[in-house]
Write a protein that binds this ligand. Structure first.
Ligand SMILES: Nc1ncnc2c1ncn2[C@@H]1O[C@H](COP(=O)(O)OP(=O)(O)O)[C@@H](O)[C@H]1O
Ligand SMILES: [Mg+2]
Length: 236
């Protein structure tokens, strides 16, 4: 079943067009990698989907049209966005950040259960639950950003360059968590990365974006071994 369907999506910053007529879909439970060089339009794509960048074209999500809806409604409908640079609240504790992630939900008992569940997935966060987010390491902040996004009970988790600035071992830990979310929790994931080789090992499907155009779509394992695509678009 298709969860997200995007048709003819374009986006601009003033006179600078960043996305051109992009069309793709993401199946329910699918793990999709969105790859491309710096400046290709990956961040703009996630911003257009979550509604914080203006776009034209149609976005259908879980059977509903999103394109005219503001970001808070898209969040309520199940799109969670972990932005590039993480965006946790530095002055709040880990636990408070998780509470803020559940701001769209009203059932306090359920929020407590969800926290418990994500503390199980992220034991480092449980250990640091009373620390200020600003005092965590980069890897822990990324984990917190993901956990906070999960607190909104998303149907689609979008994550922008989770590996940015992190040591390889920490990045690997984060991708293992994505794998667990994907396999065990049946979460649909849209992960933007410049680290193509790593992401292709985990994803089902990959899209490559170049100067605002989707130029390649294929099963991730095929792209992993496709020298042409890797050379042309991913600079490997
Ligand atoms: N706030 C902005 N104002 C003007 N141009 C922008 C802005 N953000 C991004 N761009 C431009 O849009 C294009 C796509 O950027 P972006 O989506 O951030 O790429 P990526 O995430 O793939 O590195 C780039 O040419 C970039 O310079
Ligand atoms: Mg970006």
């Amino acid at each position: 079943m298709t969860l997200l369907d995007v048709r003819g999506l374009s986006a601009s910053y003033g006179k600078v067009q960043a996305l051109f007529d992009c069309s793709f879909s993401v199946g329910d439970g699918e793990f999709v990698a969105l790859l491309g060089a710096n400046g290709a339009g990956k961040t703009t794509m996630l911003r257009a989907l979550s509604g914080i960048a203006r776009s034209s074209g149609t976005i259908s999500f879980d059977g509903q049209r999103l394109d005219a809806r503001p970001p808070e409604e898209r969040l309520r409908l199940g799109i969670a966005h972990v932005p590039q640079g993480r965006g946790t609240f530095a002055e709040f504790t880990v636990d408070e950040n998780l509470s803020l992630g559940a701001i769209t939900l009203s059932d306090a008992a359920q929020v407590r259960r969800d926290k418990e569940r994500w503390y199980q997935t992220f034991p480092r966060l449980r250990e640091r639950r009373n620390r200020l987010a600003g005092n965590l390491s980069g890897g822990e902040q990324q984990m917190l950003a993901v956990a906070r996004a999960l607190m909104s009970r998303p149907k689609l988790l979008m994550c922008d360059e989770p590996s940015l600035g992190l040591a390889p071992a920490i990045t690997a830990e984060i991708f293992e968590i994505f794998k667990d979310l994907h396999k065990r929790h049946r979460m649909t994931l849209l992960v933007v990365e410049q680290n193509a080789d790593l992401t292709l090992q985990f994803a089902d499907t990959a899209f490559v974006i170049e100067t605002g155009h989707i130029v390649a779509t294929s099963p991730a394992h095929e792209m992993l071994h496709n020298q042409d695509i890797q050379k042309s678009y991913l600079g490997v």
